[in-house]
Design a protein around this ligand. Structure first.
Ligand SMILES: O=C(O)c1cc(C(=O)O)c2c(n1)C(=O)C(=O)c1cc(C(=O)O)[nH]c1-2
Length: 245
């Protein structure tokens, strides 16, 4: 038996963690390797990114943003009650809006414009780095292939996202004044949306994961998602360093 299979067999026999301990482990998994401590994010927050580096990040992160509603549609299709589907459908609407010219994707396009990137460039996706494409594909396919428990647990990186948004807004206002302030609307909106989304997802995961094996799968899903976000920044960071040579 492989190590993973052996661990699973042992986990399936172990007592489940108490709800409090499970929540503590989830929160720890979501913060230990969260991308707020990635060197690229640290440089962003201390004002050390060049205009090109920040534009490259905005363009590459747009690839992630535009796939969030796709992965949320895959999750919605797995949910088996109207209440749950309605809850998850709202996430798609948050990103896609109810009509043209609204929603999170539109706000991200406006962030790009505020930073001097036109929407055709963002939508054309020519500058999306291979590592970013793979990381985003990895996340979308994870949500396509895994059960709802793991797909929803993967979204729990959002537990830490609202704090990061606030840090980012302050950093942009202080260090990157060349970005027009109305471009920051995306981040402002995500503070409350992220808080609500992560609370809902946490309640689902705490309720669904009954056995120790399920609890461990949820924690592993969250670690995987941290790796997705980390790899995207690795790719963006590396591209900047190559350019400087
Ligand atoms: O800028 C960020 O650092 C950040 C992180 C995350 C995250 O932690 O997954 C999301 C977002 N932003 C975000 O804007 C967003 O809409 C979002 C959706 C999800 C998700 O997994 O469902 N994560 C995130």
């Amino acid at each position: 038996m492989s190590t993973t299979a052996t661990n699973r067999a042992l986990a399936s026999r172990a007592e489940p963690w108490s709800p409090a301990e499970f929540e503590t482990r989830l929160r720890a998994a979501g913060t230990e390797r969260y991308h707020d401590s990635h060197p690229f994010n640290l440089r962003m927050h201390s004002g050390d990114l060049s205009q090109d580096e920040l534009r490259r990040w905005i363009l590459n992160r747009f690839h992630y943003q535009r796939h969030i509603p796709v992965k949320d549609a895959l999750i919605t299709a797995k949910l088996d009650t109207p209440v749950l589907r309605r809850m998850w459908l709202r996430r798609i609407q948050d990103h896609d809006g109810q009509t043209d010219r609204e929603g999170g994707i539109e706000r991200w396009l406006r962030l790009g414009e505020a930073a001097g990137l036109d929407r055709e460039t963002l939508l054309g996706a020519d500058g999306v780095l291979p590592g970013v494409r793979l990381a985003v594909d990895g996340y979308v396919n994870f949500c396509r292939l895994r059960p709802p428990l793991e797909a929803v647990a993967a979204s729990l990186t959002e537990l830490a996202a609202p704090d990061l948004m606030r840090t980012r807004i302050e950093a942009f206002q202080r260090h990157y004044r060349w970005i027009e302030p109305q471009g920051l609307a995306y981040f402002r909106t995500r503070v409350s949306q992220g808080r609500r989304d992560s609370r809902e997802a946490l309640d689902l995961v705490l309720g669904w994961a009954r056995s120790r094996d399920e609890q461990e799968r949820a924690v592993a899903a969250l670690r995987f998602k941290c790796d997705v976000l980390w790899s995207m920044l690795d790719a963006v960071d590396q591209a900047g360093r190559q350019e400087q040579r």
